[in-house]
Design a protein around this ligand. Structure first.
Ligand code: PEP
Length: 248
């Protein structure tokens, strides 16, 4: 039985004092969660979050990782650096990284390999833009992104990977894919996983939906058979809202 996973993506929000406060508010509200719970905080909040998360059910995550172990990459953070700070999960290939920072399927793949090599778990984001959706390219885009991200990844490493299907047009816009739309595209992703690996691996892979998921719509999205969790942006910044998603 797969354990659903709900992860908060705080993006570039929360200073250290706010991080501590939000985690202290959130932790008791998710104490009875049945699903796995993760918060992906800004790099500058990792140490504060790690301390505040002690003794809670919530796991610590980051929002990006570089592919090289060390070197002349000003402004970047390596997988070993995250591991040293007790980070468990890292988001890779978020659409905002692809859109504003030139992430490609190749760089996502390289970052994923570095994360896995250091013993981190990864949440790999894929999803089509509005233009791609309107041009009928959703299937092709998510399949290309998935295959690109997983190039050269062994089947035994899949247990450390979560895929987040996030239609770009639904992120931060208040527009959610309908549960059926999200379910259908995730089915396409699972089919691609079957081709890349096999039926068992595809079935076992946890695939989240992300894009304006919140306290109101979480239950109906999570009720869909293909949806194994959520990646939550805006609604993860308020303890009560995030807790309602977690306790969907
Ligand atoms: C995200 O950033 O991954 C996300 C899903 O954001 P939001 O929930 O705000 O749409």
């Amino acid at each position: 039985m797969k354990r659903p996973i709900i992860a908060g993506n705080w993006k570039m929000n929360m200073n250290n004092a706010e991080t501590k406060k939000l985690i202290e508010e959130m932790a008791p509200l998710v104490a009875d969660a049945k699903c796995e719970v993760v918060v992906c905080v800004p790099f500058t909040s990792i140490d504060t979050a790690r301390k505040a998360l002690r003794g809670t059910k919530i796991k610590l995550g980051a929002q990006n990782v570089h592919w090289a172990p060390k070197g002349a990459f000003t402004g970047e953070i390596s997988a070993d650096m995250l591991k040293e700070l007790k980070v468990r999960y890292v988001i890779i290939g978020h659409s905002e990284r692809r859109q504003y920072f030139g992430e490609t399927d190749e760089s996502v793949n390289a970052r994923l390999k570095a994360a896995l090599g250091a013993g981190l778990k990864a949440i790999v984001c894929i999803g089509e833009t509005l233009a791609e959706r309107e041009a009928g390219q959703t299937k092709d885009v998510v399949t290309r992104q998935l295959c690109g991200a997983l190039e050269g990844i062994e089947k035994r490493d899949l247990k450390s990977i979560v895929i987040a299907y996030e239609p770009v047009w639904a992120i931060g816009t208040g527009k959610t894919a309908t549960p059926l739309e999200a379910n259908d595209t995730i089915r396409v992703i699972r089919k691609a996983l079957r081709k890349l690996y096999d039926r068992t691996a595809a079935k076992a892979m946890r695939i989240q939906y992300g894009g304006s998921m919140n306290a109101k719509n979480a239950s109906e999205l999570m009720a869909m058979p293909e949806i194994d969790g959520g990646l939550i942006g805006g609604a993860s910044l308020k303890a009560e809202d995030f807790a309602k998603v977690v306790n969907y």
